[in-house]
Design a protein around this ligand. Structure first.
Ligand code: ITT
Ligand code: NA
Length: 185
């Protein structure tokens, strides 16, 4: 059976297609998440998933993600999309000027919903905020995020390589395992 992915972000969708690797069939619905003001990305996906399910009435997933910067007490977190559109990478670099603690975590929460279930799957990637933007791949804050144990930003990796370590990759692999279990593959 086909699962809808509701996202306005084509990069996310391309990452999901690579992650699904034909084990499940995905189709995209290009709609923006209803951005409620909430302090957690779990709340945001849960609300969006339920709302979209009442609209489409077929199995779907929604994902919400964010960048949590330690020195900024978790900012931008649930507001990452807004901060991307306003401060953007350069604004974050400016906020982080002369800041020694550059630790940051990317977090992803996927909500899967069907007739009988609503389930959440999380993934996290720890890393640091780079001193400058590097790379051409990816989207969002990829040019300034260096995953732990690496010397390059997400933007310096090809999509498949990023998926192997990313927050979204981890969340999706948990979802896939669950989905294959409930469908007795
Ligand atoms: P949706 O329609 O799926 O909501 P979106 O881009 O608005 O797409 P989010 O609300 O989850 O997605 O916003 C998360 C923002 O966080 C996103 O716009 C990026 O700026 C940033 N972000 C999330 N995941 C990222 C990643 O893997 N690499 C770089 N930036 C990321
Ligand atoms: Na969004």
């Amino acid at each position: 059976e086909e699962i809808k992915i509701v996202t306005s972000n084509n990069y996310k969708y391309q990452e999901f297609l690579d992650l699904a690797n034909n084990r499940i069939k995905l189709s995209r619905v290009d709609a923006p998440k209803l951005e409620i003001q909430a302090d957690s990305i779990e709340e945001i996906v849960r609300y969006s998933a339920v709302t979209f399910y009442s609209l489409f009435r077929s199995p779907l997933i929604v994902e919400d993600s964010g960048l949590f910067i330690e020195e900024l007490r978790g900012f931008p977190g649930p507001y990452t999309n807004y901060v991307k559109r306003t401060l953007d990478c350069m604004g974050i670099l400016k906020l982080m000027e002369n800041v020694e603690n550059r630790n940051a975590t990317f977090k992803s929460v996927i909500a899967y919903v069907d007739h009988d279930r609503l389930a959440l799957f999380e993934g996290e990637t720890e890393g640091t905020i780079a001193l400058k933007m590097s790379g051409q791949e990816g989207f969002g804050f990829d040019p300034i995020f260096i995953p732990k144990g690496r010397n390059e930003t997400f933007s310096e990796m090809v999509l498949h390589e990023k998926n192997l370590i990313s927050h979204r990759g981890q969340a999706f692999r948990k979802f896939l395992k669950y989905y294959e279990e409930i469908n007795n593959y």
